[in-house]
Write a protein that binds this ligand. Structure first.
Ligand code: GFB
Length: 310
């Protein structure tokens, strides 16, 4: 990408898209285009085609998606499959029709089989059954990866895919029902602190393990891949380190400064037992993350405070 190239970020208001926008601006890019979902509904093919025909972007980052935590994924299954299939198919096909030079598609570590060996190597894709709580989202994301691979094979399109681990950071969703665990715990412990609650109820057993990457680190990786990587094989993006939800809860509890008890609500699902990324490929390409978990959670808590309590 050159500084004056026209770059479209789909999903620029979300956590990932806004981090990519910050990165591009920091690197001096000036010709960035973006539309809100009310200006352009990415699920509608005609609107997406018209937009691409008019704007003719050179590069595309596909950060638009319907996303959510374990309960949202498990509750709105049809929406997670339909919305994500439509968004990615419309953008990828319109990019092909309008000669986009390069496209980066973003997936998720939940594309891997529930019981795949750990750490998750890229080649484990489609080697077993998916985790039921996020099967629709995973199937949509696998379809997106395959679209990129097959448009490359059949039409010669330079479309690449990055598979991030669980993410957190500025512009995250802090809704207690639909969010991922890390923002949910920031919110829950904060509420418990200011309300002087004796205990906080968290979901599941606390024993699943998860890996977390700060959104700005992911944006750096996406920029790096857009500049340096042109292969069919998708690439895992993560820190290569995980911890139990129990350990995560203790860390967030301390950072927020809550002194009460944690109660585990075992009527809520645990989800996949572990999904630690094998990051040797992205490391060998020359990228590593910079923001550690404790530092990242402190930054995320500051973001939560600035957004939610002024
Ligand atoms: O982050 P999370 O919602 O999704 O949950 P997944 C991770 C773990 O944290 C689960 C537990 O074991 C939850 O039961 N947990 C404990 C909580 N307390 C809470 C809470 O208050 N809220 C939430 N949300 N979780 C998602 C997928 O899986 O990860 C998506 O459903 C996507 O498809 C995303 O891939 C990255 O890590 O289980």
């Amino acid at each position: 990408m050159n500084i004056s190239d026209k770059i479209y970020i789909a999903g620029h208001r979300g956590m990932v898209g806004s981090a990519i926008m910050r990165k591009l601006i920091k690197e001096g890019f000036t010709n960035i285009i973006a539309k809100t979902s009310s200006e352009l509904d990415l699920k509608q093919q005609q609107g997406v085609n018209d937009f691409f025909e008019k704007e003719k972007p050179d590069y595309v980052f596909v950060a638009a998606a319907k996303v959510g935590g374990i309960m949202a994924n498990n509750t709105y299954k049809a929406e997670f499959l339909y919305d994500n299939l439509m968004i990615e198919a419309n953008i990828i096909h319109a990019s092909y029709k309008n000669n986009v030079k390069k496209l980066l598609f973003l997936g998720s570590s939940c594309i891997y089989p529930k019981l795949a060996p750990q750490p998750l190597k890229e080649e484990y894709l489609l080697s077993g059954l998916l985790e039921p709580t996020n099967e629709p989202y995973a199937i949509a994301k696998i379809a997106g990866i395959k679209l990129c691979e097959y448009y490359r094979e059949q039409y010669g399109c330079n479309y690449i895919s990055a598979m991030p681990t669980n993410l957190y950071g500025p512009n995250d969703n802090y809704d207690l029902q639909t969010s991922h665990v890390l923002p949910a715990l920031i919110h829950k412990f904060h509420l418990a602190k200011i309300n002087h609650s004796l205990s906080v109820a968290l979901w599941g057993s606390g024993s699943p393990k998860r890996e977390f990457l700060y959104a700005d680190d992911l944006a750096n990786a996406c920029f790096y891949l857009m500049q340096n990587y042109n292969e069919k094989q998708f690439v895992n993006i993560g820190t290569g380190e995980d911890l139990t939800i129990h350990e995560l809860a203790s860390l967030i509890k301390n950072i927020v400064g809550y002194k009460g008890e944690i109660i585990w609500d075992r009527t809520k699902p645990d989800g996949t037992p572990r999904k630690l990324m094998d990051v040797s490929k992205i490391h060998s390409l020359g990228w590593t993350h910079e923001i550690g978990l404790e530092e990242g959670i402190k930054k995320a808590y500051e973001d939560f405070l600035s957004e939610n309590v002024g």
